[in-house]
Each structure stands twice: as structure tokens, then as C-alpha cells.
Design a protein around this ligand. Structure first.
Ligand code: C2E
Ligand code: MG
Ligand code: MG
Ligand code: MG
Length: 280
């Protein structure tokens, strides 16, 4: 449901909250407080090269330190944040935190890989979003080639001229752009060649039942080939098993991300994970 049109319309109530405006209002109040107090946390999930297993990047994924519910995942609050005008504040925090963290890790001698940050459609449409990103990069001292942004297909469908301008400005700045959750939206393939993009991320729902489901294998194969033909890099998300990884290797998929490599982990733990990697 919510997935179909991308992050912009993700349902904003936690399960059980349907038709309970009081609970929703309270959640909104708590989220506003969280924005003021910066009660969020980033977890990081590695992205590896399929052919070599080498670390090639990290995706930053936000969590809310909820005063009653513990650590809450983005699917339970991003929609609320979007509909209540809070997403740009949260997004700003995420961007700053991710860039600073990456700079700190690079300075500490950890692998010099980029960090990917998810942008909701609302953030992408923000006035001077590229200027904001450039400013965060300057402040954090992270070079633009170490930042990537992930957007959904729905972003590509609307306001073609504005989208092209923003993507071109990101390219000029040196920030790479990934189309996230590819295949779940309604965008036409024509958009892929029309815009300056860097990666296509095959949605987890297509990877999940490979290699057993022949239809899903066909879809993943097609997306990997499409990416190659357009000179974009392909990324598979939600890779959990060795069999899935073997399939991706056969297909020539460039990058993989998923629990099979590592779950998203808090900074301290992903740092330990990176330190445990064989020296390159
Ligand atoms: P996404 O960008 O597609 O991120 C991948 C999601 O899949 C993450 O869920 C991750 O934990 C999960 N995942 C990764 N590998 C596996 C796997 O092997 N198996 C399974 N079952 N799941 C896997 P998470 O962290 O709950 O994030 C959900 C979505 O929330 C993200 O999907 C992204 O669209 C959005 N999101 C996350 N952080 C941010 C943010 O800072 N800003 C915005 N606007 N959206 C965010
Ligand atoms: Mg993503
Ligand atoms: Mg994704
Ligand atoms: Mg996804």
C-alpha cells in the first residue's frame, strides 16, 4: 500500500493506532519533542561488492529513541514526520550525523567508503536542497564523493524539470544518487536514462524469494542487465542467504546489502565490524 508511491505516503500510525486520533496526536507531540532533543540514532548497514565481498559503502538508517517504546524504526514514524512538517528537521539531523560520523571514521583510518542517506520526496523538493547538502558537507569536512543520496522512483515521476535540475546539481557537486526500492513504484523506464543517476537498488521484495522463485529471478536478472546497459551500478537489497549471493554473482550484480552481510548496526558496533575486516 504505502510502498506504492514511495516514502511520501508511508502510513504513519503504528499497528493498532488506526482510528485513534488521541494516540496519533500524542505520537506527534513526542516526535516534536524528539526533534527538539535530537532523540534519534543512526544505524549503519554495509554495502559490499558482490564479486569480492569487499566493503564499498554504508547506508545510514534512522531510528527514534522513543521514551516509551524504545528504539522505533523509520517505517513507524517517517510518514508522520512528513505529514507534520518534521521530516526536513529529521533529515537535516540525519545528514549531519552521517557526514560527521563518516569523516570521523575516515580520520581514524577506517575504510574510506561513502555513506548513503535516504531522502524523502519532501526533502528532495525542498528549496535549495543541494545548497543544504553542500553546506553540511563543508561543515563536516566530508568530501562530496563520500556521500550518496537514495531517492525513490516516485521522486523521478514528478516535476521533471525540477528533478533534473536537482539531480544535475548533485552530480556537479559530486554526490552520487541511487534509485532506492527499484521496481515497486510506477515510474517509467524512460526516467532512468533521462536523469543523471549512479545506482539502481533492486527492492528487497524481488530478492527475498530468489533463487527459488523463477519470476523473481527473472526480475532481478532484468534489473541487473538494465542497470548495466544504462551504465549504472546495480545493488541488491535484502540479501540474506549464500544462495542469493551466489545468484547475484552469476548475474553480475555489482553490490549487495542485507542481513546476510550484516544487519544495520549502531555506530559503535559497525565500527567494530569494520575493524574486524581483513586489511585491504
Ligand atoms: P530502505 O532505504 O530500503 O532501507 C532498507 C531497509 O531494509 C532497512 O529497514 C533495513 O533494515 C532493511 N533490511 C536491510 N537488509 C535486510 C534483510 O536482509 N532482510 C530484511 N528483512 N530487511 C533488511 P529500516 O531501517 O527499517 O528502514 C526502512 C525504510 O525507512 C528505509 O528503507 C528508508 O526508506 C526509510 N528510512 C530509513 N532511514 C531514513 C532517513 O534517514 N530518512 C528517510 N526519509 N527515510 C529513511
Ligand atoms: Mg535506502
Ligand atoms: Mg531500499
Ligand atoms: Mg526498501
Amino acid at each position: 500500500q504505502a510502498k506504492d508511491s514511495g516514502r511520501g505516503t508511508r502510513l504513519f500510525y503504528a499497528p493498532g493506532m488506526e482510528g485513534q486520533p488521541a494516540l496519533l496526536l500524542r505520537q506527534e507531540h513526542l516526535l516534536r519533542e524528539a526533534v527538539e532533543q535530537q532523540s534519534f540514532e543512526l544505524h549503519y548497514q554495509p554495502q559490499v561488492e558482490v564479486a569480492s565481498g569487499r566493503l564499498r559503502g554504508l547506508e545510514a538508517l534512522v531510528r527514534w529513541q522513543h521514551p516509551e517504546q524504545g528504539l522505533v524504526g523509520p517505517d513507524a514514524f517517517i510518514g508522520l514526520a512528513e505529514s507534520r512538517g518534521l521530516i526536513t528537521h529529521i533529515g537535516r539531523w540525519v545528514l549531519r550525523r552521517a557526514c560527521r560520523q563518516m569523516r570521523t571514521w575516515h580520520d581514524a583510518g577506517l575504510p574510506r567508503v561513502p555513506v548513503a542517506v535516504n531522502l524523502s520526496a519532501i526533502e528532495f523538493r525542498q528549496r535549495d536542497v543541494v545548497g543544504d547538502i553542500a553546506q553540511v558537507l563543508r561543515e563536516s569536512g566530508l568530501a562530496p564523493q563520500f556521500l550518496e543520496v537514495e531517492i525513490t522512483e516516485s521522486v523521478l515521476m514528478h516535476d521533471v524539470e525540477g528533478t533534473r535540475a536537482t539531480l544535475a546539481a548533485l552530480q556537479t557537486l559530486g554526490v552520487a544518487v541511487t534509485v532506492d526500492d527499484f521496481g515497486t513504484g510506477y515510474s517509467s523506464l524512460a526516467y532512468l536514462k533521462r536523469y543523471p543517476l549512479d545506482k539502481i537498488k533492486v527492492d528487497r521484495s524481488f530478492v527475498m524469494d530468489t533463487p527459488n522463485d523463477a519470476g523473481d529471478v527473472a526480475i532481478v536478472t532484468a534489473v541487473v542487465q538494465l542497470a548495466r546497459g544504462l551504465q549504472l551500478r546495480s545493488v541488491a537489497e535484502g540479501v540474506e542467504t549464500d544462495e542469493q549471493m551466489a545468484l547475484l554473482r552469476r548475474l553480475g550484480c555489482d553490490l549487495a546489502q542485507g542481513f546476510g552481510v550484516s544487519r544495520p548496526l549502531p555506530a559503535v558496533q559497525i565500527q567494530a565490524w569494520m575493524q574486524s575486516l581483513p586489511a585491504s
